[in-house]
Design a protein around this ligand. Structure first.
Ligand SMILES: NC(=O)c1ccc[n+]([C@@H]2O[C@H](COP(=O)([O-])OP(=O)(O)OC[C@H]3O[C@@H](n4cnc5c(N)ncnc54)[C@H](OP(=O)(O)O)[C@@H]3O)[C@@H](O)[C@H]2O)c1
Length: 298
């Protein structure tokens, strides 16, 4: 089961699994997008509509998988939405939903999938967290809170399942990835978000997820530069704090001006979803094949 399998890293993971000969159940909120992606990936793919933050919907997706396939070997969770803006700018309900998807959603998946793994004698849960679960970035507080909380929950799950033979929980922590998440995000910061370089393709993260299904590990980082950023955050917090604000303004929030909006936090935006977001490794946005555009600096 790939939760968040209709876009970005989840879609790349689902594609890789299908190429390996696995049967895949896609889970996301948009039925139209699920139908389209399942059609594209072929007849080894089925789908279930669920908002990962709703426990009953997650349970129904797992029950449906057991009904259709007789078992559930693995869950890869990539579901997340984000919203830009300072903690004061982002409205309460938006912040709460972003955190609920990352933290509550991970809890819902664990509650529904781990008993199945136990009953079957094994199974793997792979959660895609973020570098932003280990550092905090101004203007992205809601997302950081979701990813820090998600990481705490996953680490607790790993200790709780430690002695269970065959039941595994792994965490993947990417830096920036070329997916549509930046275009789909809400913003209360006055401008649209953009991917901060260095940016890796979603296939790199998908490969890490699939490797973890065969060889589970506590945590795997993906992407260059993540060690330097984590080290700076922990060992030189004064310098980090001085640099973080200006760098976020110049790099992560350098998109065009936009009015306040919640993006895909409450409702999916299927037309904006795809496997790649159109970012080059050095942070430019491809506008059309062969052409490149750089966001104007604000
Ligand atoms: N892209 C990056 O630079 C980056 C970096 C570090 C970590 N990550 C992490 O990688 C994971 C995947 O991100 P991505 O960039 O691939 O994002 P993406 O392209 O925006 O895809 C997100 C997927 O999650 C689904 N989703 C969103 N909210 C959901 C909800 N409430 N319930 C169920 N499904 C939901 C979306 O479908 P619907 O909207 O139809 O539900 C979509 O399939 C996330 O955990 C993200 O935090 C991404």
């Amino acid at each position: 089961m790939v939760v968040g399998g209709t876009s970005g890293i989840g879609l790349a993971t689902a594609r890789l699994l299908v190429e390996h000969g696995d049967r895949v159940v896609l889970v996301a909120r948009s039925e139209a997008r699920l139908r389209r992606v399942a059609g594209e990936l072929g007849d080894r793919t089925t789908w279930a509509v669920a908002d990962v933050s709703e426990p009953d919907a997650v349970q129904a997706a797992v029950d449906g998988c057991l009904q259709d396939h007789g078992r559930l070997d693995a869950v890869v969770s990539t579901a997340q939405a984000m919203a830009y803006g300072s903690v004061e700018q982002v409205p309460h309900d938006v912040l709460a939903k972003v955190v609920e998807v990352g933290v509550g959603g991970t809890g819902n998946l664990a509650r529904s999938a781990l008993p199945v793994f136990r009953e079957q004698g094994g199974g793997s849960l792979v959660v895609v967290g973020s570098l932003l679960g280990e550092i905090s970035v101004p203007g992205m507080g809601a997302y950081c809170a979701a990813k820090w909380g998600q990481m705490a929950l996953v680490r607790a799950l790993q200790v709780e399942t430690r002695r269970e033979r065959g039941v595994h929980v792994s965490l993947v922590l990417p830096g920036a990835v070329d997916t549509p998440v930046y275009h789909l995000a809400g913003s209360y910061a006055g401008s649209a978000g953009s991917a901060p370089p260095p940016i890796v393709p979603p296939q790199h993260v998908a490969q890490a997820c699939v490797r973890l299904l065969d060889r589970p590990r506590r945590a795997v980082h993906v992407g260059p530069g993540t060690l330097l950023t984590r080290t700076g955050f922990r060992l030189a917090p004064g310098l980090y704090d001085r640099l973080a604000g200006p760098l976020v303004g110049r790099i992560a929030l350098r998109g065009p001006g936009v009015p306040d909006h919640p993006g895909n936090v409450f409702t999916p935006r299927p037309d904006g979803e795809s496997e790649r977001g159109g970012w080059t490794p050095d942070g430019r946005l491809r506008t059309a094949p062969g052409r490149r555009a750089r966001w104007r600096r604000r």
